[in-house]
Design a protein around this ligand. Sequence first.
Ligand SMILES: [Zn+2]
Length: 108
Amino acid sequence: MSRDDVTQAEENAFVRFFERVNRQVEKAIGSPPISVGAEEEVPVALRLCPLCGHQMREHNIDESSANVIVHCPVPDDARRPSPAHHEPLGELGMPASAHRLEKLAKRE
Ligand SMILES: [Zn+2]
């Protein structure tokens, strides 16, 4: 059954179901926080590049191919170094858990 096969009545039942769920959840946890708009969002053009620290509007964006390439205005060797991670990692490449750190300490 594809989405096109769903009748209006079924779709309404689906919507009513989630409206009921929302009402029950709202009773339990309260309504979502209302944003007051105090946090002004910085336009993308004025944000700083994580690689070179220059504003994004100074960058050259190559959209000629399927993979968009952003060229920094500074040479490769002048970019910020990648943050070094010296902490041990877990099996999945994430920071090691306390349990794993304990195991590693026993091995040494
Ligand atoms: Zn950059």
